[in-house]
Design a protein around this ligand. Sequence first.
Ligand SMILES: Nc1nc2c(ncn2[C@@H]2O[C@H](COP(=O)(O)OP(=O)(O)OP(=O)(O)O)[C@@H](O)[C@H]2O)c(=O)[nH]1
Ligand SMILES: [Mg+2]
Length: 602
Amino acid sequence: MNPKNIRNFSIIAHIDHGKSTLADRMLELTHTIEKRKMMDQVLDNMELEREKGITIKMRPVRMFFKHRNEDYLLNLIDTPGHIDFSYEVSRALKAVEGCLLLVDATQGIQAQTLTVLDAAKKAHLNIIPVITKIDSPIARIEDIKSEISNVLNIDPSEILEVSGKTGEGVQKLLERIIEQIPAPKNLLLGEDSEKLQALVFDFQFTNHKGVIVFVRVMSGEVKKGDKLMFSVSKEQFEALEVGIFAPEEQPVDKLTEGQIGYIVTGIKQPGVASVGDTIVNIKNPAEGLSGYVEPKPVVWASVFPSDADDFKNLELALKKLRLSDSAFTFEEESSGSLGRGFRCGFLGLLHLEIITERLKREFNLNLVIATPSITYEIVFKTGKTETIYSPSLFPDEHLIESIKEPWVKVTIICPEKYTGAVYQLFYDHEAELHDSETFADGRNSLTLSMPLRELMRNFFDELKSISSGFASLSYEFEGLRDADVCRMDILVADEPIVAFASVIAKRRVEEDANKAVDKLHLVLPRQMFSTKIQARAMGRIIASRSISAMKKDVTQHMYGGDITRKMKLREKQKKGKKKMKAIGSVNIPQDVFLKMMKRDSN
Ligand SMILES: Nc1nc2c(ncn2[C@@H]2O[C@H](COP(=O)(O)OP(=O)(O)OP(=O)(O)O)[C@@H](O)[C@H]2O)c(=O)[nH]1
Ligand SMILES: [Mg+2]
């Protein structure tokens, strides 16, 4: 296909604004998917995506469309809206020339709308503003059009109206895409313009085919059997298959300039393919393209196999997951009492939940997951500086000279009537308000700074709940600032449990200690002996509770009979209990770790 008849675009929006549903209508209208195979949000095919009703991974799909008697090839990339997956969005945007900025007519511009718009502008993309869900009885079409026209500095008449539910306006939108979004351009000059340059924007792994890279061909072409090379990692391979997304993988003879598709590399070892690398032809290699900014993990959590024998299996599982999710990182780590495990970095708490869920489901692993934490930069009295990723490694007070922690810049959009309550939240979470603006419909857009630690301390859930779900939030890193924090250990039967250690604000030591002890008291099963649960911070015990012993009388099964034998047995039981207490062998089942890891839903 001649590049001038190709259009590559992405759909970007705040979470739940209807991206995947709009994609459904486009797939139908272009006859890409047969009617009988159609279902809601057909591109969300991962089990967890369907269960949670959200998009987690970006999905490219190819469509054909006729306009003014010419055939066009359209490549659409559906992106996730949740902030934890914005790295997916940034990668998708590198593979396209334009994007649809979708705004829900019942919700208006939300915090993440502004973030994705910013990303699209930075990528110099052509932006088509679209308002969707116009079928809804609570749609506020005119209001929201004026909001969008203000933000984008355009005339309201340029904003398209569609419904992903009824399909209204979708035909017109496809026509607009062809007219407005530029055809792919080859940036190489002269003879070079024939050379293969394929940008890797995502990849997948299957046991059978190895690494499958998702590429955007910037110039040249690639076909089965070609001898290829990764420009950065220098790894060479043969293209075992090339194909397009229809939306399932469908082999084709070749991928040509401007197209989006996949290449099966057969590479089985991890770490070779990386997102942002360029694939070139060995015979006549072109220059590599500039890559992506590496994603920066936001939260860290140590993950250990419940059964030490599963260490190798866990390692293999992490490596495989990493081959389909380039945004998470892991590194081996060894912790005295929990044995060997991995320190993993995630882009947020939802990302962490998704990965741990996949480890359990897809790899059948029983895991111990430590309390998630952000990083702290610590200057020791000795002058040494260290970044601490795991609360259990957070040093004792007397060794520390100073501590720095990451701060984030947060944007919140919320209806005016909740603004007062939102300000109260700022106070509880150490936030500093910088700026506030008012939209035409009376909603406020607030800009503030706060410690990342406080953002992770349930801020978003609290914001949602005090605003009856109407407030939205987005954030980005700002820099490091001094922190007034300390480590809190949780002791069970006088023994600190490494996985339960956390780093907390000193000003909330009492509150957090009591909360942690109460929570564990609730979820820890009774033991054979009475068990003390304590929280210790800054060198003293701050909170304490006991769980009474399981009342199990070893003489229960004996009817009548010899009293001395009964007494003997009871004596033995007492001794046994004493012994267990001494070595502190408390039985903590896996679900207790998971329950402790999950945020409180208060
Ligand atoms: N009434 C109405 N509802 C819609 C429309 N489009 C989507 N929805 C509903 O909005 C919800 C979210 O739709 P999705 O298409 O999953 O939204 P999304 O933007 O892909 O969500 P993420 O990918 O998770 O960010 C679903 O319940 C849809 O049924 C529309 O045009 N009209
Ligand atoms: Mg979606």
